[in-house]
Design a protein around this ligand. Sequence first.
Ligand code: CTP
Length: 405
Amino acid sequence: MWKGKNVTVFVTGGIAAFKAATLVRLFVKAGANVEVAMTKSACEFITPLTFQVLTKNKVHTDTFDEDEADRVQHIHLADKTDVAVVVPATANTIAKLANGIADNFVTSTLLATTAPIYVAPAMNEHMWENPATVRNVVQLKADGKVIIEPATGFLAEGYNGKGRLPEPEEIFEQVTFFESRRLYGSPLKGKSVLITAGGTKERIDPVRYISNDSSGKMGYALAKAASILGAEVQLVSTTKQLKVPFGVNVTYVESAREMEEVVTAQFPTTDVAVMVAAVSDYYVANRSDQKIKKQHNESGLKLELAENPDILKGLGHSKKEGQVVIGFAAETERVLEYAAAKLEKKKADAIIANDVSSSKIGFNADNHQVTILTKDGKQLPLPENSKDELALEIWKSLLDANIIQ
Ligand code: CTP
């Protein structure tokens, strides 16, 4: 998404200016060509040289530093910018932007650009709550700028409050989210999507369990993609290791039976349910409430396994309100044949088949390759891709094939 894009980061004078360096690195790492413009006050907090080294581009600080006769620097930069990010945005710069003031390189370029502008404010809590700032922020939103809300936390003043600049990773995620939405549109707007993710854990005793290799990454990628495409997303997850995507609500569960309970409760208000979780087929019927001690006998330890509910099958057979039910089939052999059997048996509208026999595209890999089988007999192969890109392609294919309408 960022390869070859011209991202301009505008740094204004606040103590959080140092965080802009990490944000710049994230954009550079993602393949963007990054330029930086700074106000004079910003240069008091961090040097232009830092950004020059990170971006390998000259840093702009002075409107009258016109060293190339064939162009006006701030207009040239405004025109070439694809995405503008103001980070940190001080109350002063926000006030200028809200009122169309152009009195330095940063504000002149921002007034001149037609690119989308993201504003990440950072300031003292009382400055953030001041009616003048509140008014200016409302004005910026009305003008179409995207505000990255400040976080609540420990401020430079030594107390907790709202006004902290969110972490650079969070800013990067939000900008990427809104830019992806601009690119892909919101075809899932108005839809409520329910997704399960991760391998269930079936307890043997309080400290031991049976589980599987599923990382949950594909479920999280589908949740993130659905959120970008405009859906309301409910994620039911067994893992707390992955970052919850922007805009997604999550409920954590552990076992298959807990997962079934949450999914069943949420299903009536769901439009599309995608069961990505690798659900254990069995749970331990003779689970112990206390840690099991080593058995010093000949016969060892016997675990009694009882069958778990099949959540997907339950939904497929019970859908009454026109819900769309989609499953996954992770197979190591005869992938399409087994997936087709699951589509039929579970009465799903589509099954997404993936071959987990290869470590390159399997359970824990970053890349995936899948084929979507639809209830009307279509087979839609999607090429190997990162899980994030593939997730967007899966939603696109489900919409194109009219599985989701
Ligand atoms: N699934 C489920 N509940 C279960 C088992 C599976 O909801 N108890 C869902 C999975 O989330 C997935 C699909 O069913 O969407 C297929 O899961 P899989 O484990 O491949 O299917 P099983 O029916 O368990 O078949 P088998 O283990 O024999 O391959």
